[in-house]
Design a protein around this ligand. Structure first.
Ligand code: HEC
Length: 138
């Protein structure tokens, strides 16, 4: 009788431990009902990108009055001086295009819009600047 009791008690304790353990596991793996299911980790091309949402990229940077309202980061001065000779900042600061499109626009500005070839160094500085701030990719 004592043995049976101990056995039962043991089983109850064991069952208790097991169920608590399984409960813990469950609690840790409860799926977030608000999460967008993406079991394969495939990026959703329709999901709003951060930069499109409320443009937080811009808010990270100080807006410069000196440089026509351009966000202040490396290359802002070069971009401002070389890119506002013919049109305003708005012509390019409102664009959100891909990096590839920016590369294309650089050549297009030279070939079709009469922009001087500012050279590799300026190209590098300005293209990194506009891609940092006015890209649809970040
Ligand atoms: C020699 C004059 C000149 C200079 C310098 C110049 N642009 Fe332009 N740009 C133009 C002209 C002309 C157009 C076409 C008409 C327009 O949109 O105002 C244009 C158009 C653009 C457009 C197209 C806007 C759209 O609606 O798609 C972008 C982007 C642009 N420029 C960026 C730049 C950047 C960046 C620089 C500096 C590297 C620059 N431009 C320097 C003359 C110039």
């Amino acid at each position: 009788m004592k043995q049976i009791l101990c056995g039962t008690l043991g089983a109850v304790v064991l069952a208790g431990t097991l169920s608590v353990t399984s409960l813990n596991i469950e609690a840790n793996t409860v799926p977030n009902p608000m999460a967008i299911p993406n079991p394969m980790g495939i990026p959703n091309p329709m999901a709003p990108t951060q930069s499109n949402a409320a443009n937080p990229t811009e808010s990270e940077y100080e807006i410069s009055a000196e440089f026509g309202g351009l966000p202040v980061s490396e290359g802002v001065d070069t971009t401002y001086y070389l890119c506002t000779a013919c049109h305003s900042v708005q012509t390019f600061a409102q664009l959100r295009v891909t990096d590839e499109r920016w590369d294309y626009l650089w050549d297009w500005m030279i070939k079709e819009q009469g922009m001087a070839d500012y050279g590799e160094e300026n190209k590098e500085i300005i293209l990194s600047y506009v891609k940092r701030h006015f890209s649809s990719e970040r």
